[in-house]
Design a binder for this molecule. Structure first.
Ligand SMILES: Nc1ncnc2c1ncn2[C@@H]1O[C@H](COP(=O)(O)OP(=O)(O)O)[C@@H](O)[C@H]1O
Ligand SMILES: [Mg+2]
Length: 165
């Protein structure tokens, strides 16, 4: 991680940081006791292998598949998996809670997302967009009437993360 990002502050919304920055060593500590079912491990290993071929993809001008969507009920290891992938890629993790950057004012949410992406582009990292389904809320006249759009999966919460470098 370059000094630039470590020292520069995460963008803020509504007076709070829009995300949390974790150094690779902090990610490694969190995943010490992770147990991955074989099917999950295989998906993650394939992702890491492909990401390791970044230079070859670039050489042939092919966009690298560097994004993954995680879905499942709360507590099933989506966030932990993001820490694990950051550890394996030896990259820091920026954990963004999307529900924290959703804004009721038209245009503010887009602006917040842009700020986060600009920040993440500052140096190589894994950008983890937690509570991703929050972005698909319906826009109503009052914030109270916001409702979560039910994800396509019956399981509920959805997250998305992408390594940026
Ligand atoms: N694969 C796993 N291996 C070990 N512990 C796990 C695993 N998945 C979840 N846990 C435990 O459950 C807790 C909640 O997991 P978390 O990743 O926050 O779930 P989610 O993001 O899907 O809601 C973790 O802090 C950890 O203690
Ligand atoms: Mg989570």
């Amino acid at each position: 991680m370059s000094k630039k990002n470590t020292n520069s502050r995460l963008p803020r919304s509504k007076g709070i940081d829009m995300g949390t920055f974790y150094e690779t060593k902090d990610c490694a500590k969190k995943v010490k006791r992770i147990v991955l079912p074989p099917a999950h491990r295989q998906i993650i290993e394939e992702f890491i292998t492909i990401f390791g071929m970044k230079d070859t993809f670039e050489q042939y001008d092919v966009p690298i598949p560097n994004k993954m969507i995680l879905f499942g009920p709360p507590g099933t290891g989506k966030t932990l998996s993001a820490f694990y992938i950051a550890t394996r890629l030896e990259l820091p993790l920026i954990l963004v809670r999307l529900d924290a950057i959703i804004h009721s004012h038209l245009g503010e949410t887009g602006s917040n997302i842009r700020k986060i992406f600009d920040y993440a582009k500052g140096s190589p990292c894994v950008l983890f967009l937690d509570e991703f389904d929050a972005i698909a809320r319906t826009r109503e006249t009052t914030p109270k009437s916001f409702a979560r759009v039910k994800p396509q999966s019956p399981q509920g919460a959805m997250n998305r993360f992408l390594p940026i470098n």
